[in-house]
Design a protein around this ligand. Structure first.
Ligand SMILES: *Cc1c(COP(=O)(O)O)cnc(C)c1O
Length: 391
């Protein structure tokens, strides 16, 4: 116990200790922290539908009908009509033949990569990919080659260099929207490369699904290359306001995962209320209401990011609803985060190891349900806190 205490003390001294915060008051654009109302700028509930009556009613009805828990893993007795119906819906949404649910995005990425790839295979992975992809590459025991962030020229060189030694499958894996920088993967160029080299492309669209593209189908739709992506991974806990995740792909891929993916096989399936609520979320995304929510989200994104840039902030190339404000070092970052919370603005200070040293940031995420007036006030407070604690 003493070594652990010592390690934690060291983290605290370096300004890197993490701890939990209790958030109350529903899932609106404002919540209660320490009993005080604050503007919520660190939720991935981008469309603001986690508290939508349609989702909640469907969750309650399915829970009444099928129980609070599923009682078993999917291959035993834990596949219910709600799971099967949602998988069909997701496959249609991504325009592929089949889909498979996982209990979380973390479980999906680890289970997909472990279930489909092995030591003969090579995985080309963007250096800023999500931690669950990194862990999935490790579990696959595939040779993993990390390429510089979004650098398709460097990736092309690496692939050409590797070509003579090729034995097994090749996979390029990337976040669609990068979760800490809010920038987009160069999907058309990655599609060109994977086609040139007879490789597969997997896109983790945790932050794009429901949000990007005319119909919210994600980063692939935005870039008009949805049909060229082989493995569509996405999550249901962010813009879709529920929980869980999926892979959408060819039937043979899904059948392979049902037989090989350890996080899929050895885990109790999602409670039936979750896929039922997620079905309502897809109904919303597909509706006029969903289109209006995406428009409001875009309006709020433009407002907050443009006003921060006008105030001299470096947003690290973000073009999405994930808006980082570069603050560089941990100590001022955490002081700004604390000051902003006191002032009623709840956002996340991000430090190593989540980001590289020197790239600490305030990470703000906007929601469709934010009031533009509240965002304008929050921007002023962010600029004031930055002025006080930085440089
Ligand atoms: C959040 C996230 C995940 C993990 O999804 P969970 O459902 O929260 O486990 C995976 N990939 C990316 C890019 C994410 O942002």
């Amino acid at each position: 116990m003493d070594n652990w205490r010592h390690e934690l003390n060291q983290l605290e001294r370096r300004g890197l200790l993490r701890s939990l915060r209790i958030v109350e008051g529903g899932q609106g654009p404002k919540v209660l922290v320490n009993g005080r109302e604050v503007l919520l700028l660190c939720s991935n509930n981008y469309l603001g539908i986690a508290g939508h009556p349609a989702l909640i009613e469907k969750m309650i009805a399915a829970t009444r009908g099928s129980g609070a828990g599923s009682g078993a893993s999917r291959l035993v007795s834990g596949t219910m009509p709600a799971h099967a119906a949602l998988e069909e819906r997701i496959a249609a949404f991504k325009k592929v033949p089949a889909a498979l649910l996982f209990n979380s995005g973390y479980a999906a990425n680890t289970g997909i990569l472990q279930g489909l790839f092995g030591p003969e295979d090579v995985i080309f992975s963007d250096e800023l990919n999500h931690a669950s992809i990194i862990d999935g590459c490790r579990l696959a025991r595939a040779r993993t080659i990390v390429y510089p962030h979004c650098d398709t020229v460097a990736l092309a060189e690496i692939m050409a260099r590797e070509k003579p030694n090729r034995k097994g499958r090749w996979l390029i894996v990337t976040d669609g929207v990068f979760s800490m920088d809010g920038d987009l993967a160069p999907l058309p160029e990655l599609c060109d490369l994977k086609e040139e080299h007879d490789a597969l492309l997997m896109v983790d669209d945790a932050h794009g699904t429901g949000v990007l593209g005319k119909n919210g189908r994600g980063t692939g739709e935005l870039f008009n290359c949805l049909e060229r992506i082989d493995l569509h991974m996405g999550t249901l806990g962010k813009a879709l306001g529920c929980a869980g995740a999926y892979l959408a792909a060819e039937r043979v891929v899904i059948d392979t995962l049902i037989n090989h993916s350890r996080s899929f096989i050895f885990s109790t399936s999602l409670p039936p209320g979750v896929p039922a609520a997620a079905m309502a979320a897809f109904d919303l995304v597909d509706s006029d209401e969903g289109r209006v929510l995406r428009e409001n989200l875009e309006r709020n994104r433009v407002q907050l990011s443009e006003s921060l840039i006008a105030g001299g902030m470096d947003l690290l190339g973000s073009t999405t609803q994930i808006i980082p404000v570069l603050t560089k070092d941990p100590e001022p970052t955490m002081k700004m985060t604390a000051r902003l919370l006191e002032e009623g603005v709840f956002l996340q200070g991000i430090r190593p190891p989540t980001v590289a040293p020197g790239l600490c940031r305030l990470r703000a995420t906007v929601m469709a349900s934010h009031d533009p007036i509240d965002l304008a006030r929050a921007c002023e407070k962010i600029l004031a806190a930055y002025g006080e604690f930085s440089g």
